[in-house]
Structure formats: C-alpha cells, structure tokens
Design a protein around this ligand. Structure first.
Ligand code: HEC
Ligand code: HEC
Ligand code: HEC
Ligand code: HEC
Ligand code: HEC
Ligand code: HEC
Ligand code: HEC
Length: 411
C-alpha cells in the first residue's frame, strides 16, 4: 500500500514539476521571445512593426493602416499593384524598346525588349512598391548588386503605366536606390557593414511604410516593459513624449519628409529620431523660397512657415490641423473647423463681403489653401494628352484674389 501511495505521490510530483516547467517556458517569457525585431536602430533599440502595437493600441492601429503613411511602401504583390497586367494595357513604349508588365511564377515582373539588333530582353522582379497609390506608384527591384528603381511606374490620374519621372525616352540603366530615396518612404533601412553608403540592403530588414515607430522611435523596450507590467503603473520612459517636445522639434519630425528633397545630407537620415534637430541632418536651401518652387515631393513645411497664420501664432504646427493617426482626405469640414478655432474672433474674421462669397463661404480652404498643379509632373506628362496634372494643396495660407475669378468657387 505504502509503495503504491509513494508511487502516486511521485507521479503527482513529476506531473506538477512538468506543468511548472511547461508554464515557465510558455508563460510570459514566450510572449517576450515572440517579439520579432525587424531591425535595430544605430542606438541598439529594436523596431518591432505596427502589428505588435495592435494588441494594446487597437483603435490607433485600425485607423493608421488606412493612412497614406502606412501604405507608402510595401513588398510588391499582385494585390497591391494598382495598374493593369492585361494584354494591351500593360506596356510602356519607348523609342528603342518596350517594357511589359507581366508575371513570372505568379510574381510581378517588368520585361523589357529592345526593338532592334539582337532584340535583347531583360526581366526584373518588382520587389518593393513605393507610393500609396493616391497619385502614383514606383517600383524597386532587389538585384545581387543592390536596390534599383524600375523604369515603368504607374500614374493614377491617367490610370496608365508611364516612363518613371526623370528617365529618358530610351531603355536606361536602372537607377540605384539609396537612403536619399528611401528616407521618406520607409521607417528604417540600413546598408550592411561591408557596403556603407550604397544601394545594398537586406530587404527583409527594411521597416516598410511610415509606421508608428517612424514618429515614436523604435519601441522594442516599450512593448517588453508594457507586457511585463500589464495594468501596473510602472513608469515607462522608453519612448519620447511627443507632447513634451518644443514646437520646432515637433515640426522637425514632419519636416524631415515634408520640406523638399533635402539632398544635402550631413548624417545618415535613418539616425534621425523624434526630438532631434533636423538641421543637424540635412540642409535645405529651398525652405526660404517655397511657393515658387513647389514640387511634387511637396514642401508643406516651407510653405506653412511663410504664412501669416504661422508667424503670428506661437503654437501652430502640423498637428494643429492633422491627426497623425487618421486618413483625413476629403474632410473639408474638419479642416475648416480648425481655421475657425483661431478665426472666430471679430478682428480675425474673413473680410470678403458675403455677396462675393458665393454658396461655399464656409469652405475656407478652397480660397486660402487652394489646390495648385505640380509643375514637375506636368513637364513629365507633356506628351500624354488628356491627363489631369497632379494638384497639391498649398500650405501657404494666404489671400488669392485671382481665385475669385474662378466661377466654380463662387457660383
Ligand atoms: C502590451 C501593451 C502595449 C503594447 C504591445 C504597446 N503599447 Fe504603447 N502603451 C501601452 C500603455 C499601457 C501605454 C500608456 C503608458 C503610460 O501612459 O504610462 C502606452 C503608451 C504609448 C505611447 C504614449 C507615450 C507617451 O507617454 O506619450 C505611445 C506613443 C505608444 N504607447 C506607442 C506604442 C507603439 C508604437 C507600439 C508598437 C510598436 C506600442 N505602443 C505597443 C501599452 C502597450
Ligand atoms: C506621422 C507620425 C505618427 C505616426 C505614423 C504615428 N503616430 Fe502616434 N502620435 C503622433 C503624434 C504627433 C502624437 C502626439 C499627438 C498630440 O500631440 O496630441 C502621437 C500620439 C500617440 C499616442 C499618445 C496619445 C494618444 O493618442 O493616445 C499613442 C499611444 C500613439 N501615438 C501610438 C501610435 C501607434 C500605435 C501608431 C501606429 C499604429 C502611431 N502612433 C503612429 C505621431 C504619429
Ligand atoms: C518618414 C517620412 C515622413 C514623416 C516623418 C512624415 N511624413 Fe507625412 N507623408 C510622407 C509620405 C512619403 C507621404 C505620401 C504617402 C503616399 O501617398 O505614398 C506623406 C503623406 C502625408 C499626408 C497626406 C495624407 C494623404 O492622405 O494624402 C499628410 C497630411 C502628412 N503626410 C502629414 C504628416 C505629418 C503631420 C507628419 C508629422 C507628424 C508627417 N506627415 C511625418 C512621409 C512622411
Ligand atoms: C524628402 C522626402 C522624399 C523623398 C526623398 C522621396 N519622396 Fe516620394 N514622396 C514624398 C512625399 C511627402 C510624397 C507625397 C507628395 C505630397 O503630397 O507632397 C511623395 C510621393 C511619392 C509618390 C506618389 C505617392 C502617391 O500615390 O501619393 C511616389 C510614387 C514617390 N513619392 C516615389 C518616390 C521615389 C521612387 C523616391 C526615390 C527616388 C522618392 N519618392 C523620394 C517624399 C519623398
Ligand atoms: C493657430 C491659430 C490659427 C489657425 C488654426 C489658422 N490661422 Fe489663419 N491666422 C492666424 C493669425 C494669428 C493670423 C494673423 C492675423 C493678423 O495678422 O491680423 C492669421 C492670418 C490669416 C489670413 C490672412 C493672411 C494674409 O496673408 O493676410 C488668412 C487668409 C487666414 N489666416 C486663413 C486661415 C485659414 C483658411 C485657416 C484654416 C486652414 C487658418 N487661417 C488657420 C491664426 C490661425
Ligand atoms: C491650418 C491647417 C493646416 C496645417 C497647420 C497643416 N496642414 Fe496639411 N493640410 C491641410 C489641409 C486643409 C489639407 C487638404 C486636405 C484635403 O485636401 O483633403 C492638407 C493636406 C496636406 C497634405 C496632402 C497634400 C496634397 O495635396 O496631396 C500633406 C502632405 C500635408 N497636409 C502635410 C502637412 C505638414 C507636413 C504640415 C506641417 C508642416 C501641415 N500639413 C500643416 C491643413 C493644414
Ligand atoms: C470665396 C473665397 C473665400 C472663402 C470661401 C473664404 N475667404 Fe477669407 N478671404 C477671401 C478674400 C478674397 C479675402 C481678402 C478680402 C479683402 O479684400 O479684404 C479674404 C480675407 C480673409 C482674411 C484676412 C482678414 C484680414 O483682416 O486681412 C481672413 C483671416 C480670412 N479671409 C479667413 C477666412 C476663413 C476663416 C474662412 C472660412 C470660414 C474664409 N476666409 C473663407 C476669400 C475667401
């Protein structure tokens, strides 16, 4: 009997230890090791991607994935390709060649064929899509000698494949893509040590999209901390508090991508973190003469800071009007309510007589932040007839008397 009891106790003990061991390995520590770090910032902190934020910031996550920011870069798939691959709709004709948009083994490719001589052909895989597809998409190919921009792009207003901006009319050597191009369309990318300042990347370690961690910094430590302190009031200082930054610091975060190309780089742009000073990273000679040099890669920062609204108020920044977590396309009422938050007092009212206002009087932005067509894109598209040029909302908030002659506004 005794032996049997001992035997049972022994079994129970082994079972208990087994369960404990199982819990030990699969408990919170499993969650911890689940934390997949996509890449490390130069300071050692890990980028974990917005899907990690979903479990605790579900509302922000759900609206963020609908933004142009989130969708501005992605691995190319047949699903996120905006243009058609149908025969007859899938070619770009150049002087000496033809580029066909096609698939090989179910993957999107650009197939180029020279029209004379030995009719040589080239096949390039389309690996990364740049552009949310509001205006257009351009495609990058990952080759053994690095990342390159492909010659066929997609132009949304014309619903057509076009020769990529600034490429010649002939099949050209592919353009290497480095941080000067990626810095505004991805969250983080880094060259391998053996090839610094080059177009070589391990694309599985590129943090795609303008994601949460572009504006909040790498969040590995934040997630680890919050997962281990569920519900507790522990103090987590691993993220920069954007609300406590100065106006210039907040502006610099958005201006790192919204103040022109900033090609004169002083430091690797991917070292830039929220709170940093942008002028330590790049010079921008355009920012002081903005309205006339507005280009497709807009300069909202330069335009805004030259407006009276900005210079005459000390708190205005991009967040005054934009909710960084939401897609706010085509919500004029929302933006107009922002104008009225400052312009409600009698002395700051619109001085245009109501008789001249027309029925759209409450739509402040159509007269004071009009849509202006981008000159750069027009040059590129001169040859394509009947295509709407791309319009960009100017951020030079001002009085445009010439607009009153536009019947559509005042009818
Ligand atoms: C396990 C839950 C959890 C996960 C996962 C998580 N967070 Fe948080 N986060 C929190 C909690 C709780 C707070 C509030 C903490 C506080 O106020 O002290 C918070 C606060 C924040 C704040 C505000 C910080 C401030 O004080 O201004 C930001 C920004 C933030 N999280 C970003 C992220 C991002 C980005 C991710 C994904 C990479 C993420 N969080 C993932 C729980 C989480
Ligand atoms: C384009 C930049 C940008 C992106 C992308 C972004 N945020 Fe924010 N976030 C901000 C700014 C700016 C604030 C401060 C807003 C303010 O001052 O009211 C903020 C505030 C927050 C806060 C604290 C205040 C609040 O609203 O609860 C949390 C939490 C947060 N963000 C989480 C996230 C998460 C999670 C993602 C991705 C799913 C994300 N953010 C993406 C810029 C961004
Ligand atoms: C890493 C670069 C980067 C940063 C930082 C950044 N943006 Fe952007 N933003 C972009 C790019 C690229 C687009 C165009 C996306 C597209 O359509 O493909 C864009 C688009 C936008 C749009 C247009 C959205 C739409 O639906 O058309 C707004 C508004 C905007 N950004 C505001 C901000 C604000 C405010 C901040 C700062 C809190 C900010 N951005 C920070 C790169 C950035
Ligand atoms: C300095 C930041 C910056 C750089 C560098 C940059 N872009 Fe952009 N790009 C933007 C912004 C901001 C927008 C949104 C246009 C706007 O509204 O001002 C944009 C828009 C686009 C769009 C149209 C997206 C859409 O559908 O709205 C494409 C395509 C694009 N960029 C491709 C590229 C490629 C390819 C490169 C590199 C050769 C590049 N960009 C370099 C900031 C940048
Ligand atoms: C943060 C407060 C604030 C917001 C928000 C704001 N403004 Fe202003 N705005 C001002 C101030 C201050 C002035 C300067 C008034 C003066 O000098 O008498 C001004 C000036 C103007 C002027 C005169 C410009 C000129 O060149 O004479 C116009 C027009 C204007 N705002 C329109 C708008 C519109 C439209 C919006 C919304 C898109 C807007 N404002 C949002 C504060 C603001
Ligand atoms: C006074 C309000 C206001 C401020 C401040 C403001 N914006 Fe905007 N922004 C707007 C309005 C209005 C639109 C047009 C929205 C639409 O057309 O649906 C817009 C559109 C945009 C777009 C899309 C442009 C296009 O036509 O494709 C970008 C990018 C943008 N803003 C960036 C910024 C950045 C960056 C800052 C700070 C430097 C900023 N905005 C500050 C009101 C503002
Ligand atoms: C139909 C076009 C139109 C609309 C809509 C419009 N404005 Fe104006 N606004 C003008 C013109 C034109 C002037 C210059 C009038 C003049 O000659 O005094 C002006 C002047 C102003 C001024 C300068 C006042 C000053 O003291 O110099 C402000 C501020 C202003 N508008 C704000 C607004 C706001 C806010 C709204 C939306 C509620 C709005 N406007 C709607 C066309 C418009």
């Amino acid at each position: 009997m005794k032996k049997k009891a001992l035997y049972i106790i022994g079994l129970l003990l082994i079972g208990f230890i087994g369960i404990k061991l199982f819990q030990y390995f699969t408990g919170p520590s499993e969650k911890y090791s689940d934390l997949k770090v996509i890449a490390h910032h130069f300071n050692g902190n890990g980028y974990v991607g917005s899907s990690t934020c979903m479990e605790c910031h579900a509302n922000i996550y759900d609206s963020h994935v609908l933004t142009a920011h989130f969708n501005t870069s992605a691995f190319t798939t047949l699903d996120n390709l905006k243009g058609s691959l149908k025969e007859g709709e899938n070619t770009v004709n150049l002087m000496d060649s033809e580029i066909k948009l096609t698939t090989i083994d179910g993957k999107p490719f650009q197939h180029a064929k020279i029209k004379y001589g030995d009719n040589s052909v080239f096949d390039w895989s389309m690996d990364i899509t740049i552009g949310s597809g509001l205006k257009g998409q351009s495609y990058l190919t990952d080759q053994p000698d690095g990342l390159f921009q492909l010659q066929a792009s997609y132009y949304v207003p014309g619903d057509m494949w076009i020769n990529s901006p600034n490429y010649t009319d002939r099949l050209s050597p592919l353009r290497p893509v480095n941080d000067k191009c990626l810095k505004c369309h991805v969250t983080f990318a880094q060259n391998p040590k053996e090839y610094p300042d080059s177009n070589r990347y391990d694309i599985s370690k590129i943090v795609l999209g303008v994601d949460c961690e572009k504006c909040h910094g790498p969040a590995e430590k934040h997630v680890a901390f919050q997962r281990n302190n569920t519900g507790a009031n522990g103090i987590d200082s691993s993220l920069v508090k954007l609300t406590s930054l100065s106006r210039q610091q907040r502006l610099d975060l958005c201006a790192s991508c919204h103040s022109g190309l900033r090609n004169n780089q002083i430091q690797n742009p991917f070292k830039f973190l929220p709170g940093d000073t942008l002028s330590n990273f790049s010079k921008n000679y355009q920012s002081l003469r903005p309205s006339k040099t507005l280009d497709v890669h807009g300069n909202q920062y330069g335009l805004l800071i030259s407006s009276k609204c900005f210079t005459a108020s000390d708190q205005m920044d991009c967040i005054t009007c934009h909710d960084p977590h939401k897609n706010q396309r085509n919500e004029p009422e929302y933006f107009n309510s922002k104008c009225l938050s400052c312009h409600k007092q009698d002395d700051m009212h619109c001085t245009l007589p109501s008789t001249k206002m027309g029925k759209n009087g409450s739509n402040c932005i159509q007269c004071h932040m009009p849509v202006i067509s981008s000159k750069n894109m027009q040059v590129q598209l001169k040859k394509l007839k009947n295509t709407t040029p791309i319009g960009i909302r100017t951020h030079n908030i001002a009085i445009y008397p010439e607009l009153l002659e536009n019947e559509k506004l005042i009818e």
